[in-house]
Design a protein around this ligand. Structure first.
Ligand SMILES: Nc1nc2c(ncn2[C@@H]2O[C@H](COP(=O)(O)OP(=O)(O)OP(=O)(O)O)[C@@H](O)[C@H]2O)c(=O)[nH]1
Ligand SMILES: [Mg+2]
Length: 453
């Protein structure tokens, strides 16, 4: 990369400090042209902070701190300069203009990270992780992305790749000795090894898919008959009055979606229209949406009105949700009689969570129940990976090639054919980390990043 790029690394809002990044061979030259301080930029010691004034050809712009990073010891692996100025978008723009006046161009989204990748500072699994560290909505995602940034997925892939390379080497070695009838790798041994490889790829793929589901958040539908307290329940968990609550049945018509972190995992709560037998008009449309969400959601919270008791509408709802994972929540326990609560407990098959959307009673128990569901459903969630669709498709393709190689080994195909089948697996799995990537692929990957990263 022989051109020099720059971009703000912080959001265009008023804030105490903003950061502007410059990367490329001209970084220090540009810094020298726009910075005046006790130390001249051309004499900067790398990774030391220098105070001075940034100016353009006409005027002083702002007091700044400037740090110079000498290649390859920078984020991108190139010469870099970071300018810390006051966080006013007008100042940031002026500084950017003064930099671009020196034959520097504005960076594309993700271009700094793209350069880091091209300079061997990180592979694509680590680059993806960085994107998620920035965009994550839950503690789980940040923790998982951090592990991945430190190589969890890269190491898992390179471990598999090493196994395949070794197997292929043994198979190829056998090609050389085929005349002499020396057995380098036995049929059983080769089969055992390819099985182990297949299991490992399946395991990684599974963990990537779990990560993918958890990144988007778990969809949790709140269902129940009208007036059961679904919207009150949503507001209670969010701790603010998001949905309209009223004692008129049929208040909620549309689906209301809000995300919340429950024990560090992002959950998308979906408040729905109350389900009952005699709806018509708009209410009926709303109920159809509730049915659709019952189909699509990963988990259902079934709100039962402890004052109204378990009615025929509730019976109907149970038949709708019975095949899905659901948590019964017996709401309004603050005003219901103990007999009524006990009656409902006796009627429903599952252990219900006693709850009051009015007082917040039962909230910790409910969060426990949701968390327990997630951890049982996604057992490997703590060891999951954060992959994009491209990586998942490549892993699926690798799995297919590995199965193909297994079949070739199984039917005792010529060694050359087995070796070539194994090479397909090596190439495909290598593409996950970005060993062989064409420009188009890189464009689509890094365009999802933000400017300045
Ligand atoms: N005392 C008490 N009242 C509650 C509780 N939860 C909800 N309510 C009341 O029950 C009524 C209905 O509450 P909503 O949250 O609107 O019920 P909903 O299930 O969303 O109703 P629809 O949208 O019409 O289907 C309101 O008057 C709430 O104040 C609770 O835990 N305790
Ligand atoms: Mg409602």
């Amino acid at each position: 990369m022989d051109d020099t790029i720059c971009a703000p690394a912080t959001a265009p809002v008023h804030s105490p400090i903003a950061i502007i990044r410059v990367s490329g061979p001209d970084s220090l030259r540009v810094a020298s042209s726009i910075f005046t301080g006790k130390n001249q930029a051309s004499q900067f010691t790398p990774r030391y902070a220098y105070y001075g004034i940034i100016h353009d050809s006409n005027e002083e712009i702002d007091d700044c701190i400037l740090i110079y990073y000498k290649r390859p010891y920078s984020y991108t692996g190139e010469d870099m300069v970071e300018i810390f100025c006051h966080g006013n978008p007008i100042i940031v723009n002026k500084i950017i203009n003064s930099i671009t006046a020196h034959n520097v161009r504005i960076a594309q989204p993700g271009e700094f990270t793209r350069r880091a990748f091209l300079n061997g500072k990180m592979d694509l699994t680590e680059a993806e992780a960085i994107n998620h560290i920035i965009a994550a909505r839950s503690e789980w995602e940040i923790a998982t992305a951090m592990q991945q940034k430190h190589g969890s997925l890269k190491n898992a892939i390179s471990d598999i790749k090493q196994n395949i390379i070794e197997l292929k080497a043994d198979v190829e070695c056998a090609i050389d000795f085929v005349e002499e009838d020396i057995e380098i790798v036995s049929h059983e041994d080769a089969l055992k090894r390819i099985h182990a490889i297949i299991n490992k790829i399946e395991d990684i793929l599974n963990r990537c898919k779990i990560g993918q589901r958890l990144c988007g958040g778990i969809d949790i539908a709140i269902v129940g008959k009208p007036n059961a307290g679904k919207s009150s329940f949503l507001n209670c968990i969010l701790n603010h009055e998001r949905a309209i609550v009223s004692d008129t049945p049929g208040t909620t018509r549309d689906v209301i979606k809000e995300s919340v972190s429950i024990k560090g995992i992002q959950c998308n709560l979906l408040d729905t229209a109350g389900i009952h037998a005699h709806a018509d008009g708009i209410e009926r449309l709303g109920i159809q949406r509730s049915y659709k969400l019952i189909e699509e959601a990963s988990l259902i919270i079934f709100i039962i009105d402890a004052v109204a008791g378990f009615t025929s509408d509730d019976e109907h709802i149970v038949t709708m949700i019975d095949t899905k994972p659901y948590i019964p929540v017996i709401n309004k326990v603050d005003i219901a009689t103990q007999e009524s609560v006990a009656l409902i407990q006796g009627t429903i098959k599952k252990q219900g969570v006693l709850f009051s959307a009015k007082t917040g009673y039962g909230l910790p128990a409910l969060e426990d129940a949701i968390y327990q569901f997630i951890t049982s459903q996604y057992v490997e969630y703590k060891n999951s990976f954060i992959a994009d669709i491209r990586m998942i498709q490549l892993l699926e393709q690798s799995l297919e090639y590995a199965r193909e190689a297994r079949n070739q080994i199984y039917v005792e195909s010529p060694h050359e054919i087995i070796a070539s089948a194994l090479q397909n697996v090596i190439d495909t799995i290598g593409a996950v980390t970005g060993e062989i990537t064409v420009d188009d692929v890189l464009n689509s990957i890094f365009s999802r990043f933000c400017i300045g990263k």
